[in-house]
Design a protein. Structure first.
Length: 431
């Protein structure tokens, strides 16, 4: 069959998981060495180093793309695409406004007020790939949650090309990006990390990129924050005998076309269904423009696993913790409580993964390579900074004084204990 199929026996499905995990290999050493050299050069020499690498790789120095150019791109964009981008932006904004965390406080006792201030980060850098990898949807998915969160300045960097993507610039205009700079590659990440000339240091860097950009983001972490290190894309579909084979096949193909390392996995309780979906994948795939990528992706990292019970399929899904998880069963919500680890879960045959990629509203920047076990999708939380607030009266502090002193002394931190004791060592003075 086009989609290799195994019957779950406790071992076959574990081999599938290992193959998925191994495909997300570590960054090559030569890439890391090159990136480290560029990062250090930019840190030491600032804009001079950024310009040197920009001239070497992109044949031009970094420059600011003016708001007038963004507006011109917006006007030049086709009406149908512009309308689709605006509709997607509205849906993304609506979803993230619903989840926005607010500053809060509560009164534990008459003299004890506790809370948390929630503020957007001051400055965020958004990396957007150039060349053939022009994804305006990713601009919206990264930029709009940042703006909803209240980020003060959102700076987008994208490699300079002879023809900057009208679609990407249109998305930046719609999303309200504050500043767009034509600079790409490792030197762009380094400039955002350390600051260089007119490119300011940011608090956080988000957005996709090639292996060099990913390695640079990884090295920048600690000096600034980052969103995540994304691995190869992946989809896992749980389907029973009621699923439409054509729909499931189309969804698996839509993920396999991303690149040769993408993974498309089917979990089902029906061998007949697995066979039907495999046939449909081959039939439809041959007619698609990225067939060669699809074919290699499916051959190397695609698989169907047949279980006796879908509850066991759910256990495997949790172990894989996929980026995208579709549930195409007669009663998809019945399985939802069993599915604990996934970047995004799509319920029912009319909730395909591309709906989430473009239009539904939840961010399509999702944890990959099993990291959904502990990472969450990009959202307004990604761009927020939370600060604890503590306010106690004298009486409420005194109620806890002996306990605080006991804990401080147990840790041999006498100055901590003294900080409490001095407040109650003498009679309270009249104010």
């Amino acid at each position: 069959m086009f989609l290799k199929t195994v019957v779950a026996d406790g071992q076959a499905e574990q081999r599938v998981i290992r193959e998925m995990q191994e495909r997300a290999a570590e960054t090559r050493g030569d890439i890391e060495n090159t990136v480290r050299e560029i990062m250090q050069d930019v840190r030491q020499n600032g804009m001079a180093a950024v310009e040197k690498y920009s001239m070497r790789f992109d044949k031009t120095k970094p420059y600011v793309i003016s708001p007038a150019v963004l507006e011109k791109a917006y006007q030049a964009c086709s009406e149908s695409l512009r309308s689709a981008l605006e509709k997607a932006a509205a849906n993304i904004r609506d979803y993230h406004e619903q989840m926005m965390v607010k500053t809060w406080e509560y009164r534990r006792a008459p003299g004890a007020v506790l809370g948390q201030t929630v503020r957007g980060l001051h400055r965020v850098g958004l990396y957007v790939p150039g060349g053939t990898a022009a994804y305006p949807s990713s601009v919206l998915m990264n930029a709009i949650p940042a703006k909803v969160a209240g980020v003060e300045q959102l700076i987008m960097v994208t490699p300079p090309t002879d023809n900057l993507s009208t679609e990407v610039l249109t998305a930046a205009y719609i999303a309200g990006v504050d500043m767009v700079i034509a600079v790409g590659g490792t030197q762009a990440i380094a400039a955002l990390t350390y600051g260089a000339g007119f490119i300011p240091q940011v608090d956080k860097i988000v957005g996709p990129g090639n292996a060099y950009v990913a390695a640079a983001k990884k090295m920048s972490f600690g000096t600034v924050d980052i969103d995540m290190i994304a691995g190869p894309s992946e989809v896992l579909v749980i389907a029973d005998h009621t699923a439409n084979p054509t729909y499931v096949a189309a969804d698996l193909l839509s993920q396999a076309e991303h690149d040769k390392l993408a993974s498309a996995v089917l979990l089902t309780d029906s061998m007949a269904q697995a066979q039907a979906i495999s046939c449909e994948m081959e039939r439809m795939g041959k007619a698609l423009p990225r067939w060669e990528i699809i074919r290699e992706s499916v051959q190397n990292y695609g698989c169907a696993v047949v279980f006796e019970e879908l509850t066991d399929a759910c256990k495997m899904a949790n172990q894989i913790a996929p980026e995208h998880l579709e549930v195409c069963t007669a009663e998809p919500r019945q399985l939802l409580p069993l599915l604990t680890d996934a970047g995004a879960i799509f319920l029912g045959q009319y909730s395909p993964e591309p709906l989430g990629d473009y239009m539904a509203g939840p961010c399509h920047v999702l944890p990959t390579s099993g990291t959904a076990r502990f990472f969450s999708p990009l959202s307004t939380d990604t761009f927020l900074k939370k600060t604890s607030v503590i306010e106690y009266s004298r009486d409420e502090l005194q109620n806890l004084a002996d306990d605080i002193v006991a804990l401080a002394n147990a840790e041999k931190l006498g100055a901590h204990a003294n900080s409490i004791a001095v407040r109650f060592a003498a009679p309270e003075e009249d104010e």
